[in-house]
Structure formats: C-alpha cells, structure tokens
Write a protein that binds this ligand. Structure first.
Ligand SMILES: [Zn+2]
Length: 398
C-alpha cells in the first residue's frame, strides 16, 4: 500500500510528494483531470501520507516544522540522521503505510459513491425539518472531511462551505494536518464566494483539495490561490497492460475494448460494467440494423418493448442512448477513413456494413433523431414508442 499503487502521472505525483517532503505543500491544491483519472484516489493518498503514523520514506521533522517556524534547517538535520534507517523499498519520498489507525480510517472514505449513498440514506431517515438543514458529508476520520455535491441538485452548497469555515480554524485532533476535499467544482455561487474567503487566509495546519474535470470551471480568484495539478489520460496500451493484471478475468479483446472506451482513465476502466455495455450495445445494433435496412421488425419491437417505465428503465435507456452515440461515431470514423479511432473494434465487421449502408444524410438524420429521443425521455414519452419512431424515421423510403 502506498503511492506505488497509483497508476500513471508519475511526474505530478512526484512533485506533490516532493513538496510534502520539503514541507512546502500548498494550502490549496486543484487536482484536475477526466472522470476516473484518479483525482480522489490521489487526494486520499496525500491525506494519508500527511497523517500516516508510520510515514514510510519520510524523515522525522514532518509537518510540525511548518507550525513551529523552524523551517528547513531542522528538517535537514533530521534527514541526515534518518538516512541510515530509510526503508529500502521506498524512494525516499513521503509515503503511507495503509495500516496505521489514521491510514485505515482515511482509507475508508475511498468508496465515495457508497459513502455518499449512506449519508444520503441517513438524511432520508431524519425528520422533515432536519432533513432540509442537513448537508451531505463523508467523514471517516475526525480531521479529514470530504465534501461531495449535495443531491438532488448535485451542487456544493453554501451550508457545506459554512460547515468547513466553522471547523477549519481549529487544530486537528488526531492528525498532523486536517484535510478538506471538495469532490466537484459545481459550486453554487454563494458557496464559491464563501470558499474564496477561506482561501484568502487558510490556517497553516489545513490543506484543501479541489477536484475538477476542468479547472476553468472554478472562479479565477479561486484558481489563483491554488496550486493546479492536471492528471493526464493514460495511453490505451498502458491501460490495457494494467487491466491485464487488475482484470485478468477479461480476455485480451475485452480489455482492449474497455481501455478504448475508458479514454485513458484507470478508475473508469476498473469500474467499467462490461456486461451491461455489451447488452446495451447489442440492443443498439438491433435498432441500427432495423433503421438502415428496413424490412423485418419483429426483433426491434421485441427489444424496444422491454424499455418500460420506472427508474430501472430510465437507466437502461440512458445506457442505450450513450451506446447509440458511440456506435454512430465509430461508423463515422470508418466512413471518414479514420479506422484507428474506432473503439468497438471487436464488431468491426458489423460496423463496416453500417458504414456502407448509411450515407451522410442518413447519419445526420440519425444524430438528429437521437437528440429527439433524448428530449422525449426528458418529457417522459413512452420509451418504446420513441425508439420505434427513431428507427422508422431513418428507414429508406420505399
Ligand atoms: Zn499509516
């Protein structure tokens, strides 16, 4: 357990650990990167490295030097003294053990979706009046607070930031550094302004992480008070190689497919629901075959009929629409001679047939038709009807 488990982006991770080693860790850090690129995983690793009771690889001076103002001099002496004791498996930069009580408790926040679902459920069980005033937080360690977007709007709200303001000026109780992790940059306006107040004068013992897919979504005044690190996408081949270890149950073709669909994000690849995707894709192909060829429709009607009302049907519908867009894009890549960009290569033959049968005007009508189906989904139109209408409108005139 340690930074060695973090996949890719070694230079960004290295720089962050260097700053930790030199006690120059910024008070506010923006971690930017696509969904699944490891922002949250990395923030929790850094929180553990700051507070690990064993702190492999780190030298003794630690975070307190900053508070006492003793600076780098004391740190240098300690570094020399400890060199002989250096753990041979580490690279000398601060790491974390994953086993001490701080590491274990902070690590419990890793499954963010589950922790958020628990917090939301706890709120649901409150009295109506309390429900309105309760905001969602994830806190598995007393000094590490995770602030996710608050449902149903899925925005960071001003009450959440106020809660942070109330706590952040108190020294941590069981950690060296208190850590605050905002998992989204979707701030309500007032919330963003309150956050700015904290960033103007943050206490020396607190570190704030702001996670975002795009740093440009944050106020320029917030960005200018933070150090920005961007996590880049991994190459498809590197992702495939990692999946060969992590998902040995998938065959090479499946790993290649997931790697291309995950766009270089390891977290997305690991969480990828391959079975669900293949199911949605075969439904999408039924629909596209019908739309391109006309003729026999019994297979299509049987398929669209299964799209019923309710939350489960909605999810299925969303998955189908996403997959339809992906397949149309792949068909377009084939038509424009960019076969190397095709993601669903395992069904290249089938995509090739579609590419031959569909001309430019058809592709345009298909994209418009899909947008129409999406609008219908939002207006709660009958899903099966929307899908049948989509296929029928695309059929060649007879
Ligand atoms: Zn530890």
């Amino acid at each position: 357990m340690g930074f060695g488990d973090f996949v890719g982006n070694s230079s960004a991770v290295g720089r962050l650990r260097e700053m930790l080693a030199r006690d120059h860790f910024p008070q506010a850090v923006i971690l930017a990167g696509a969904q699944g690129s490891g922002k949250y995983t990395l923030a929790l690793m850094l929180a553990r490295a700051m507070n690990c009771l064993e702190r492999p690889g780190a030298r003794a001076a630690g975070a307190h030097a900053k508070e006492e103002g003793t600076g780098s001099f004391a740190f240098d002496i300690a570094a020399e003294k400890d060199d002989s004791l250096k753990d041979p498996v580490t690279d000398g930069l601060p790491d974390f053990c994953g086993r001490c009580s701080n590491c274990v408790r902070i690590g419990q926040a890793l499954h963010l979706e589950e922790r958020c679902a628990e917090a939301v459920e706890a709120r649901e069980n409150l009295r109506e009046t309390d429900k309105k005033e309760t905001r969602i937080f994830v806190q598995t360690h007393p000094d590490v607070l995770v602030i996710p977007p608050d449902p149903p709007q899925m925005m960071i709200k001003v009450d959440q930031v106020r809660h942070v303001i109330q706590r952040i000026y108190y020294r941590p109780a069981e950690a060296r550094e208190s850590v605050y992790i905002f998992t989204s940059s979707a701030f309500m306006k007032e919330a963003a302004n309150s956050l700015l107040k904290i960033l103007e004068e943050p206490p020396g013992f607190a570190t704030i992480f702001l996670l975002t897919e795009n740093a440009g979504e944050l106020l320029p005044t917030i960005r200018s008070r933070s150090a920005i690190f961007t996590l880049k996408a991994l190459g498809t081949e590197e992702l495939e190689a990692r999946l060969a270890v992590a998902r040995a149950d998938w065959n090479a073709g499946q790993r290649a497919l997931v790697a291309r669909l995950s766009e270089g994000a390891m977290g997305r690849a690991l969480r990828f629901d391959l079975e669900g995707y293949i199911a949605a894709r075969s439904q999408a192909l039924v629909l596209l075959r019908s739309a391109v060829g006309g003729g026999e429709h019994s297979e299509q009607f049987k398929m669209t009929e299964s799209f019923r009302a309710g939350a489960e049907g909605r999810q299925k519908m969303d998955a189908l629409l996403r997959t339809l867009y992906l397949l149309l894009e792949d068909v377009m890549f084939l038509q424009s001679g960019s076969a190397q960009l095709v993601r669903n290569r395992d069904i290249a033959g089938e995509l090739g047939k579609l590419a031959e049968a569909a001309d430019f005007a058809w592709m345009q009508r298909a994209a418009e038709g899909l947008a129409e189906v999406e609008r219908g989904v939002r207006r709660n139109l009958l899903r099966s009807l929307s899908l049948d209408a989509f296929a029928a409108a695309l059929e060649p005139a007879r």
